[in-house]
Design a protein around this ligand. Structure first.
Ligand code: MLT
Length: 391
């Protein structure tokens, strides 16, 4: 038996597991200290009421012979795919039902999609970015190259014709920097991908945070994207489904074999998202659901404003937080990301995510999330002001 030695090329633990371990060690040694977690992008507001009602109703259906359901369609029930299709229409994207695949979240599908691609493809990943893109390709032994994101390009790298790539990851609004591509910039990526016969894997997990109608929420708003892109989305951040688990992936039929292969992959390796969860997810797309989730998103956006205002007062350089739940800041006094992490934990017990965990260009930066409660966010920012003073 030979094991997959590619795993030895990974960091010993996943970024957010390392952060969680450090925090729990600190908590054990300092039981009297109140730790405020603005690290992992996990939501704190409960599911909205229409979703809860739909979940209850579905549970009841499952307890009655006439409405009980066993295995469902692996690609998702029609009622939810129809709701997703109609949601896309609101940003002028027409999809066919068999281009939409319901999943248990974007993270799983972003990893699973790699089943469709040969091992010798070169993968282009922005740096810094969500660590799952690099890790899942390292696990498969693929060559990974990077598109540098930095302050000079406002953390929005554009294609470099001299780089040859087969698989290209784009995350917009970006995790961790909060930067958002406009339509012209995304068109450049689409043209580049087509010129290379490459595929774009577009992570739209934070699209609901975009509040400027001119910014694209889906790569399929860009002409030609259906010929070269797969899109991943999730209800985790949109509707508080981090624990409930539901998302969707769009594989256009224009991609030829890939659409059929994905169906083949899913029907073989996946038994679908639970009926109960899909009913809850469908409620998110109802009129009332959309109204309720917007209130939650605005709550998080207000937290982002509080964080941003405090950082400004403290003279700390930062971006993000406008079309994204993440604020990306430069560590004061040229501290490294992990030094700053320890410094905040030791001194004010505020937890964030070290930028270095998102790639080498993240070194010296730090991410705060606006997904905390209003009270905790305000308290964390009062502690920031105490530590850094007002400039
Ligand atoms: C993050 O904090 O970057 C996200 O919560 C991670 C995820 O969505 O898996």
């Amino acid at each position: 038996m030979n094991i997959n030695e590619n795993y030895t090329k990974l960091e010993e633990s996943y970024l957010f597991s390392t952060v969680a371990k450090k925090v729990s060690e600190f908590a054990e040694k300092n039981p009297d200290k109140k730790i405020i977690k603005l690290g992992i992008g996990d939501v704190t507001l409960p599911l909205c009421s229409v979703v809860v009602d739909a979940l209850h109703k579905a549970v009841d259906e499952m307890g009655v012979q006439a409405t009980f359901r066993g295995y469902g369609p692996e690609q998702g029930y029609d009622f939810l795919r129809e709701a997703v299709k109609n949601y896309y229409k609101t940003h002028n994207v027409e999809l066919d039902m068999d281009e939409i695949f319901i999943s248990d979240g974007a993270k799983s599908d972003l990893g699973n999609i790699l089943d469709l691609f040969a091992g010798d493809n070169t993968v282009l990943v922005p740096d810094p970015v969500y660590p799952v893109y690099v890790d899942t390709n390292v696990m498969a032994g693929r060559k990974v190259i990077f598109a540098n994101a930095n302050q000079d390009n406002e953390f929005l790298p554009l294609p470099d014709e001299s780089q040859k790539a087969d698989i290209i990851y784009i995350c917009s609004p970006n995790n961790p920097t909060g930067a958002v591509y406009n339509k012209e910039q995304l068109k450049k990526w689409v043209d580049y991908a087509k010129s290379m016969n490459a595929i774009i894997l577009f992570d739209a997990a934070y699209e609901c945070f975009i509040s400027d109608d001119s910014l694209p929420k889906s790569i399929f708003e860009i002409e030609g994207a259906k010929d070269c892109a797969i899109e991943f989305c999730s209800l985790s951040k949109t509707a508080g489904f981090t624990g409930t688990r539901c998302g969707y992936t769009v594989v256009p039929k224009a991609l030829g074999k890939l659409n059929k292969f994905w169906l083949r992959r899913q029907t073989t390796k996946f038994n679908g998202v639970p009926y109960i969860v899909q009913r809850g997810a469908a409620a998110v797309f109802s009129e009332e659901g959309q109204k309720e989730i917007k209130e939650n998103i605005n709550y998080y956006k207000e937290n982002a404003r509080v964080i941003s205002d405090t950082l400004t007062k403290c003279g700390i350089w930062h971006v993000g937080g406008k079309h994204s739940p993440y604020i990306w800041l430069k560590c004061p006094n040229n501290m490294t990301s992990w030094d700053f992490f320890d410094y905040l934990l030791e001194n004010i017990q505020v937890v964030g995510t070290p930028g270095a965990g998102f790639g080498k260009n993240g070194e010296g930066y730090f991410r705060l999330t606006s997904f905390g409660s209003k009270e905790n966010t305000q308290e964390a920012m009062q502690r920031f002001e105490m530590l850094f003073g007002t400039k």
